[in-house]
Design a protein around this ligand. Structure first.
Ligand code: PLP
Length: 408
């Protein structure tokens, strides 16, 4: 037996089935008309934001990093809940605008922005987190050509990183942002050009469950921002402090207590160095806001045994669930939280392998998981599917196509 990851709080059992927003899994599938299906709970998204707001200092802005989940109905809901959006491509800019989000609340980071993407961002008044001096010069030239004042910030590649984070994006040689030593001259270039100086973006990593590590990194970010601001010599309008707050995916992972991040941050914001007295602060979060509010439902289409092991073969797989299959940045494959949605809460009766329908051995959703006996027609649920699911998986692989998605 291999352990499953912890099921997030907030899910119910109705008539022996997993229930979301008072509806059983089979009812939701019936309404959607197909499996595989991603289901996102609006109530859970609202509850997560409310709890986070309560834990964080009031003046802290919360941004949603939309690469975690750009599903249009979810984006529209997030538009009512968060203060800003972080995008990472012209495609995401188009999705954000189509969802009716205010471009003035959007900032655009990403190490390889094409001229056309820079132009769209500048025309819409989106803040560009510039990742190199060359990108600043390109942005200024494009702004000049289209007759706009660009909103320019600098993404810093800090010399420190977020300890214990699943994905490091700062510290050492990186394609992201500018090394600290380049920032002061780059900021002067922006300010002297007459562009709107929008401040600094310092992102250090993702998927941290250790509050102390996040607090330590935020201290480092504030110290660095104060030092750079003193050298730049102009007040810092905005500091995007990065995010990094993670969610439990695997057995043994402990959920992060947001108050353990929020309390020390409130103290820091109460006693800021003079350089940061007039600065607006933001955290940018993806999976922490949306990851636990989504599930992936897939139906069992075959059940068989091989060399004494049970295989439950579903109509879903890694083409929608690259991360749960263990193929999105993990070294050792471990089980996500997975259950039989149509026998939810029933006692475990056997160890089973849950696999997808793709003709590759990489397509695994749960290895040797203790589950109630399930058969053809039963529904399997993969939890923690609200982030980096549909949009971060190769849905074109093997001609499978996208899963359906609904927000309820
Ligand atoms: C991916 C990314 C995020 C979101 O990461 P999560 O782990 O989903 O919170 C935030 N900011 C930047 C710059 C990113 O690249």
């Amino acid at each position: 037996m291999k352990p499953l990851g912890p099921i997030p709080a907030g899910f119910a059992v109705i008539d022996g089935e997993l229930a979301i927003a008072g509806l059983t899994a089979s009812t939701i599938v019936e309404q959607a008309g197909q499996t595989p299906l991603f289901v996102y709970s609006a109530d859970m998204l609202r509850a997560r934001m409310a709890a986070l707001r309560a834990a964080m200092p009031e003046q802290l802005h919360i941004h949603y990093a939309m690469k975690a989940n750009p599903f249009a109905p979810l984006l529209r809901l997030m538009g009512q809940l968060v203060d800003g959006f972080d995008i990472a491509s012209g495609g995401e800019l188009a999705m954000a605008i189509n969802a009716g989000l205010d471009p003035a609340r959007i900032s655009f980071a990403g190490p390889g922005k094409r001229d056309g993407e820079l132009e769209q961002a500048i025309v819409h008044g989106v803040t560009l987190n510039c990742e190199s001096p060359a990108e600043i010069r390109r942005s200024l030239a494009i702004a000049d050509r289209v007759g706009r004042v660009p909103q320019l910030a600098i993404r810093v590649n800090p010399s420190f990183e977020l300890r214990g984070s699943g994905m490091k994006m700062g510290g050492g040689a990186k394609p992201f942002g500018m090394d600290e030593a380049l920032v002061v001259d780059a900021a002067r270039l922006i300010i002297d050009s007459g562009a709107q100086w929008r401040g600094l973006h310092i992102f250090t990593g993702s998927q941290a469950l250790d509050a102390a590590a996040i607090v330590e990194t935020q201290d480092n970010v504030l110290t660095l921002a104060a030092r750079l601001t003193a050298e730049i010599g102009v007040p810092l309008p905005h500091l995007n402090m990065g995010g990094g707050m993670g969610i439990p995916y695997f057995h043994g992972d402990q959920p992060l207590d947001p108050a353990a991040v929020g309390r020390p941050l409130a103290d820091r914001l109460e006693s800021l160095p003079p350089e940061l007295a007039g600065t607006d602060f933001a955290m940018e979060l993806g999976r922490y806001l949306v990851g636990e509010a989504g599930v992936y439902l897939t139906q069992i289409i075959d059940r068989k045994e091989s060399h004494g092991q049970v295989f439950l073969i579903t109509d879903g797989g890694l083409h929608h669930q690259l991360a749960a299959s263990g193929n999105f940045g993990t070294v050792v494959r471990r089980n996500y939280p997975v259950a039989i949605a149509s026998r939810y809460g029933a006692p475990a009766e056997e160890d089973a392998n849950v696999v997808g329908c793709l003709c590759t051995p990489l397509d695994r959703l749960a290895d040797q998981a203790a589950l109630p006996r399930a058969d053809v027609g039963d529904l399997v649920v993969v939890f923690c599917a609200g982030a980096y699911g549909a949009s971060a998986s190769p849905s074109a692989f093997l001609g499978q196509g996208a899963a359906a998605e609904i927000l309820i």
